[in-house]
Design a protein around this ligand. Sequence first.
Ligand code: DGL
Length: 273
Amino acid sequence: MNVQAGTDVSRPIGVFDSGVGGLTVVRALMERLPFENIVYFGDTARVPYGVKSVATIEHFTAQITDFLLQQDVKMLIIACNTMAAVAAHVVAARARGLPVLDVIEAGAQAAVEASPGGRIGVIGTPTTINSNAYARRMHELDSGVRVYSQACPLFVPLVEEGWLDHPVTRMTAQEYLRPVLAEEVGSLVLGCTHYPLLKPLLRDVAGPGVRLIDSAVTTAELAAERLRESGLAHGGSQPASYRYFVTDVPLRFQTIGERFLGRSLGRVERVDW
Ligand code: DGL
């Protein structure tokens, strides 16, 4: 079956992440595309992915992709940098011709546009940084850029704890960013779903000369472009509908999610795998 053959443009966009962090992408989509329906999947029972093996992440990614295809989505957005770094091929192979976007493509494009031929820093989970996916993509787009990468494994738990402006988070950021800043980067890619919540603190630590690249906003821009090009854009005056699926009991997702989304979530459904 070719899913793209369906012409109903009101079908939702499927957005997925290892947990709650991908809601930063949902938020950007809601602002940029207010009439698009969205189905979100957060694998809250198995998060974090950023410290797991590639084989495990590929397996989880396949399961999530198949679940969203059953929800009759019209586009898939990999909102998790870790899945995008090591398992984007799994999504592409199963997507049955649907458009697939991911945050690494969006972040890499935004970074090279902001710093053509320049010096770019990338921060992310250990799996994302070890994969070298950002640096590879940026070099494909612009062979003149110099990329300096740094894994920041403590940022995800600090954000989940809500320590967005806490002395411990500030010290951690100073420590992680020191080697990247020493390279006098002009832009810094926030290569993890959780990092946009640390933007004010990271801006302080990085200083005014460093531009922070938030792939959530660029992903929403790219999604708008792809929907328009493929004739799948949904306009109109009806308020959009949003559904959220998680794999653990929804309470924690609900609480932290509202911080990510900046609005109340409504009903969150649990998938029993
Ligand atoms: N969603 C992951 C990412 O963007 C961060 C959380 C995790 O490690 O699963 O890389």
